[in-house]
Design a protein around this ligand. Structure first.
Ligand code: NDP
Length: 284
């Protein structure tokens, strides 16, 4: 029997409703709106599209949104000063620097300059540490979106064998921590994993985040498994995931399509994180 499709667009709509309601509650209780500032440096067309989408989503949900557009020639020092200014502005609860940055700017230095309480991407080492030791903090949007997708779909991870394919700082590692903290038994795979197909086949849940088009084939999937495809790869004029959807859906129990799977939840989680950041700052 073909897998049940986890429809990211529909699930993202449900998530948006939840965040919208929580934002309204926050505003009623505190008489302020949560505020997100996105900084974009240069003219990368894809980045412009992402930033506009984030701005529009904020407006729809009642989050105050500002976009700081800086020229390609902005120096690292100027960008750091802009972050310092936003760190000390108490109307700004979340700061996001759109990546990639121009080559002359050290991204790591920039991301670490953002106050951990305003780091809505969850990339700051303090937030990485908080996630690792199970302390409240801000969690990277994409893996957090996967968890929300499972929660909203009523799929429990507790006690399940989960295999995470990919160990990046923005997807694989935080995904691993989130699944482990929810009592899954997690195995992490990467480019040096031996007998990868056999390891993947152990997963009741298989999360693919490697950036290799249609890498995961039917023989790598346990029958009935929950297959989450985080990959977004452009092949010609098409977007495909890391999973060979047509054949894997014949064996999986659940599967996310690309596009229309995990992707649509990412912005919802960014707005969730902006609200969370506002709450954390007001608690201080
Ligand atoms: P990275 O390139 O940072 O990491 C890729 C990981 O996959 C690495 O750990 C690498 O292993 C591993 N890997 C690469 N090739 C293989 C292989 N042949 N076998 C096993 N493991 C392999 O990618 P990201 O984590 O940033 O992104 C992964 C995918 O997710 C991309 O397609 C990206 O576009 C997508 N993405 C989607 C988002 C969304 O909103 N839906 C957001 C972020 C990313 P090693 O460590 O050994 O090099």
């Amino acid at each position: 029997m073909a897998a049940q499709i986890l429809d990211g667009k529909k699930i993202a709509e449900q998530l948006t409703e939840i965040v919208k309601r929580d934002v309204a509650k926050f505003e009623a209780a505190r008489s302020i709106k949560p505020g997100l500032t996105v900084i974009i440096v240069g003219e990368n067309p894809a980045s412009k599209v992402y930033v506009n989408r984030k701005h529009k989503a904020c407006e729809e949900l009642g989050i105050a949104s500002e976009v700081v557009r800086l020229p390609e020639t902005t120096s690292e020092e100027q960008l750091l000063q802009e972050i310092d200014r936003l760190n000390s502005d108490n109307r700004v609860h979340g700061i996001l620097v759109q990546l990639p940055l121009p080559k002359h700017i050290n991204s790591e230095l920039v991301l670490e300059r953002i106050s951990p309480l305003k780091d809505v991407d969850g990339f700051h080492p303090v937030n990485v540490g908080n996630l690792t030791i199970g302390k409240e903090g801000l969690v990277p949007c994409t893996p957090y979106g996967v968890i929300k997708m499972l929660e909203i779909s009523g799929i429990s991870v507790e006690g399940k064998r989960a295999v995470v394919l990919g160990r990046s700082n923005i997807v694989g590692k935080p995904m691993t921590m989130l699944l482990m903290s929810r009592n899954a038994t997690v195995t992490v795979c990467h480019s040096r994993t031996k007998d990868l197909a056999a390891v993947c086949r152990e997963g009741d849940i298989l999360v693919a985040a490697i950036g290799k088009p249609e890498f995961v084939t039917k023989d790598m999937v346990k029958p009935g498994a929950i297959v989450i495809d985080v990959g977004i790869n452009r092949v010609g004029d098409k977007l495909v995931g890391d999973v060979k959807f047509d054949e894997v859906q014949e064996v999986a129990g659940y599967i996310t399509p690309v596009p229309g799977g995990v992707g649509p939840l990412t912005i919802g989680m960014l707005l969730h994180n902006t609200l969370k950041a506002a709450e954390l700052q007001l608690e201080k």
